[in-house]
Design a protein around this ligand. Structure first.
Ligand code: GLA
Length: 397
């Protein structure tokens, strides 16, 4: 279920906590979103896939009131008392885990002291949800260590709340959901209002296509503030539209048949709302086209999504636009768009497998020429969601 070697994690655990009991370990993946961007917090539809890169975390209860943590990637340690959980300024990665402890406490559960070690291979700051993976892995591990029986969707909600309330990022539910419930070779068609979901097979291997993920190298600096501005613009649009469409609770309730009303909103609310409404439609169409095996049409929907994110929602940037343009110059590429919150991070492209070397060469050559930045290209496999790593407690040989 995950290709990362667990041995260094367990060896570090033994070394750091020689008196601790047998550890358990959990794994949670990052994600790329194929279609449905900035729709989750509008109660709409998303279509992400979990990727075969993620976070592993090993831990054991330590019989105290203290949590000890060590990150192999940062070679950094931290420790905190359960009765006094406050945000860490120095090691910000710890806050995702602290937030999970706090959310369990809010549920009335009483997490005990734990010794923890973690490692990951999701590129950070690239919009591939390394933070959601960390929250989900921690939630799953604590649930298992304490013998609680919180269900998967409740753990997803808890992980999202940890990010919203403790870390202070107003994200939607997509990333944590994909990380927990992803399925191998499938993407998740998720209704963010009902949380009903369907795993849709991705006919990529059969058709010799692959989803290439390209990191622009632009750290998502504006992401936080602009993200919150977009959220409140969507809320303002709903308030104004409610006058003509009484009873709507979110942009999810506004369909393409109402576009004339939407277009009459003041700028930029009209464009923001139009993006969300058309993007929800693109997810529905995208799922239908994949079910029909029509990758070409799916590619066109990716292109349309990018144009809408660039022009209407205004969350792209020059570097992401350049990557999309370059991708579409490679013969056979069916579609490309930015993925995630925007303002940097990654694009995806639907590339024929035989064209992958040409794709890589084209992007490397021209992206650096045009932007001075080094792109990173990944080919992830649609991966299963989070789980407990079996055998983690076996003696180390
Ligand atoms: C970030 C958030 C998600 C979602 C996307 C945009 O990844 O964490 O909840 O809103 O941006 O689609």
């Amino acid at each position: 279920m995950n290709d990362m070697n667990t041995l260094p994690l367990l060896q570090e655990f033994r070394k750091r906590y020689p008196k601790s009991g047998t550890p358990q370990a959990a794994w949670a993946p990052g994600r790329v979103n194929l279609l449905g961007e900035h729709t989750d917090y509008n109660q709409g539809f998303v279509f992400p896939m979990a990727i075969d890169a993620g976070i592993q975390i090993a831990g054991a209860l330590n019989g105290t009131e203290r949590v000890n943590l060590y990150s192999l990637d940062y070679a950094a340690q931290e420790s905190f008392l359960l009765e006094d959980i406050v945000p860490s300024v120095q090691n910000t990665w710890v806050n995702y885990i602290k937030g999970v402890f706090v959310e369990f406490q809010k549920l009335g559960l009483k997490p005990q002291g734990v010794d923890l070690v973690l490692q990951g291979n999701v590129p950070q700051g690239a919009g591939l949800s390394s933070s959601a993976a960390l929250e989900v892995a921690a939630a799953l591990l604590l649930n298992s260590l304490h013998g609680w029986d919180t269900g998967a969707v409740d753990l997803v909600k808890l992980a999202q709340k940890a990010e919203n309330e403790f870390v202070g990022v107003a994200c939607g539910i997509m990333d944590q959901f994909a990380s927990m419930l992803g399925q191998r070779d499938h993407a998740l068609f998720l209704d963010c209002r009902s949380l009903d979901y369907e795993a849709i097979p991705l006919p990529l291997a059969q058709r010799s296509y692959t989803v290439a993920v390209v990191n622009s190298g632009v750290k998502r600096g504006l992401a936080g503030s602009e993200y919150n501005i977009r959220r409140s613009q969507c809320e303002q649009a709903v308030e104004m539209l409610e006058q003509q469409l009484p009873g709507i609770g979110s942009l999810r309730d506004v369909g393409e048949e109402h576009l004339a009303l939407v277009n009459a909103l003041p700028d930029p609310l009209a464009r923001r709302a139009r993006h969300v409404i058309t993007e929800n439609e693109r997810v529905l169409k995208g799922v239908a086209t994949l079910k029909a095996g029509d990758l070409e049409e799916f590619g066109r929907l990716l292109n349309a999504s990018h144009a809408s994110l660039r022009d209407d929602y205004e969350v792209s940037c020059r570097e992401l636009d350049t990557l999309v343009e370059l991708a579409l110059e490679v013969p056979g590429v069916l579609g490309s768009r930015m993925t995630g919150a925007g303002f940097g991070g990654c694009t995806i492209a639907l590339v024929p497998q035989p064209s992958l070397p040409a794709f890589q060469e084209h992007i490397h050559k021209h992206y650096t020429e045009r932007t001075g930045l080094q792109p990173e290209i990944f080919v992830f496999r649609p991966a299963p969601g989070a789980g407990i790593i079996t055998g983690a407690g076996a003696p180390l040989s």
